[in-house]
Design a protein around this ligand. Sequence first.
Ligand code: PGA
Length: 240
Amino acid sequence: MKIIICKTYDEMSSAAAKLVAEQLNEKPTSVLGLATGSTPEGMYAELIEMYRNNAVSFAQATSVNLDEYYPIEPTNDQSYRYFMNTKLFDHVNIDKEKTFVPNGMANDPDTEGIRYEALIERLGGVDLQILGIGRNGHIGFNEPADRLIPGTHVTALTAGTIEANSRFFASEADVPRMALTMGIGSILKAKKIVLMAAGAEKKEAVMRMLEGFIDTNCPASLLNLHPDVTLICTKDAINA
Ligand code: PGA
C-alpha cells in the first residue's frame, strides 16, 4: 500500500483531488467510485475549484457511489444522493444521468443489490475508487463481522456507526438503521483505490489495516489484497 501523509486536512483533500484529476485527464471516460462523509468533502470542494480553473473536466465521466441509507428518499437532505448533488455534481460538468447511487427507495433491497452489481459490470468496472474509513475499520457500510458479503447488499448499521453518523441528524433516533452498500468484493474489483483518513479518531483503524493481515473484523484490512491502493491521511491518523 502506498502511503501519503499530509500535515493538514486541506493538504489531504488537495492530494486526493489531484489523483482524481489525473485519472480524469488520463482517461476522460473514467468510472469514478465515490464516497460520502466528512472525509471527502474537502476533496470535492477542491475538485470544484479545479473544474472552475479548467484543470479538470467531468464531461465524459461516470460515477457510482459506494452506499446509501435504506430506506431514504433521494430528496432527503441526509441521503447520499443529496450529498453528492450538493457537494459535487451540481457544481461541475458531470452528466447527472451518468451518476449512480444505490436506490434507497428500492422495493426490494436484495434485488437492488443485484441490479447495482450488474450496473457496475455494465459500466466496465470502477477505474478509481475513493474510500473513507470508519472508526471501527468499516469501508462503505461493510461493518466488522466474522463473515462479509462480497457484492452490493443491504446491511444493518452497527450501534457505533449510528452514533458516529448521528452528528448529521437531528437525533440518533433519526439515523436510518439500514443501508445499501457495495461489498468488499465490489470494492476490490476497482482498478485503483484511494483511501482517505483524517483525524486521530481514525488512527486505530488505520493502524490495524496497516498491520497487513486480512481480518474481516477490520474490513479495511481486506484492502491488503489489492495491488493498487493509496492511503492519503493526515499525520494524526497514523503512527508516522
Ligand atoms: P467520515 O466517515 O468520513 O464521516 O468520517 C467515514 C466512514 O465512516 O467511512
